[in-house]
Ligand binder design. Structure first.
Ligand code: MG
Length: 373
């Protein structure tokens, strides 16, 4: 990779893989990580998992997969502009949501409640579990045997209790150090992506109206600019032209602020990045404006009664499935029955979390609807 900044993650300063492997022949170690993620089963499942709108509600809404691709695009652009490791940023972005349950956050909350007395369920930790344990693709090891820095980036947050059992990977949650800049960038790229595509999807669905967004400065400022530049613009084109300008302004602000933070901290190595306060950040003004947009979405989209109806249905499906398998693990597919002999609740959580929306709906029907097979 050409001309990386001294604080970037490189193969030379990487802590490497858990199971040593010969170096790749024609690509970098972090390209290899990215490729392994793209070829994983969990990655393909993202296509049929909910972001906000359930997959069958419409063909044009974001799914976990298209959300993930948008995060990867934004993260790569920012990583390249800051001359850090674009391949690593891409690998982290492509794997950041692998552990999500069906039905988005409603599914995760329901599964976490089911697992309350069994160590809990957290989608971020589950993403790590997928790449470390659950993927079965290689003869020599479980999981994908990704580089330390990729796994570090996947683990965005972690309770002290979980951090203590994660060894090296959990240390930073106990000693207050930071992950790589590439990981920090992905975290904020995720935010840029969902804030913007949720506005777009919210407007497309009709659950939010253009007029409601007038009180959100980040939106109204860019909308006014678009109308000034194109007085006759309307409809979908008006929304898309506004959304793309907001994404761009957030990304540019993030790049400039992060660059200034790196300079102010005098960060000249990866170790400096880890020891400094978080360096990837929006300016104070942009941070406040992004927060207003997020708050708007929370109130007007995520709490919309039509979304909440789906949330309540999702909770019931996940809870019913979990309880049915807990009562009688013989209902599980053979592979999970074997896993359940070691740890029944965890095996059931793995099975349920891995389901796509429509698989979970079908499985629920198979178990509970009389007359279904
Ligand atoms: Mg995400």
């Amino acid at each position: 990779m050409p001309d990386l900044a001294p604080y970037a993650v490189t193969e030379a300063n990487s802590r490497g893989r858990l199971h040593p492997e010969p170096p790749p022949a024609a690509r970098s170690e972090f390209q290899r990580d990215r490729d392994r993620i793209v070829h994983s089963t969990a990655f393909r499942r993202l296509e049929y998992k909910t972001q906000v709108f359930v997959n069958h509600e419409g063909d044009l809404f974001r799914t976990r997969l298209t959300h993930t691709i948008e995060v990867a695009q934004i993260a790569r652009s920012i990583a390249r502009a800051l001359r850090v490791n674009e391949d690593l940023a891409e690998a982290i972005a492509l794997s950041h949501d692998l552990g999500h349950t069906p039905f988005g956050h409603a599914g995760q909350d329901a599964l976490n409640a089911c697992m309350r007395d069994h160590g809990g369920f957290e989608h971020n930790l589950q993403s790590l579990r997928i790449v470390e344990v659950l993927e079965e693709r290689y003869g020599a090891f479980d999981g994908l045997n990704l580089c330390y820095e990729t796994r570090e980036g996947i683990l965005k947050h972690c309770s002290p209790r979980n951090a203590r059992r994660l060894g090296e990977l959990g240390e930073r949650f106990l000693n207050g150090t930071q992950p790589s800049l590439e990981a920090q960038i992905c975290n904020l790229a995720d935010e840029i992506a969902y804030n913007n595509h949720d506005v777009d999807d919210g407007l497309r669905s009709g659950l939010i109206e253009l007029e409601q967004l007038e009180g959100v400065p980040l939106w109204s400022r860019h909308l006014a600019e678009v109308r000034r530049a194109y007085p006759a613009i309307a409809g979908r084109r008006l929304i898309h032209e506004t959304v793309r300008r907001i994404i761009n302004s957030l990304a540019v602000d993030l790049i400039e602020t992060t660059r200034a933070n790196i300079a102010a901290a005098g960060a000249a190595s990866l170790d400096d990045v880890r020891r400094a306060p978080p360096l990837a950040a929006f300016s104070a003004q942009m941070h406040a404006e992004a927060k207003q947009l997020k708050h708007f979405l929370h109130v007007h989209l995520y709490q919309h009664y039509q979304v909440l109806r789906m949330t309540s249905k999702a909770r019931r499906i996940i809870t019913d499935l979990f309880n049915a398998f807990m009562d009688d693990p013989r209902l599980l597919p053979p592979q999970y029955q074997a896993m359940a002999r070691d740890n029944k609740p965890r095996a059931i959580a793995d099975y349920v979390a891995g389901m796509t929306d429509r698989y979970a709906i079908r499985e629920h029907r198979r178990l509970f609807a009389v007359g279904e097979i």
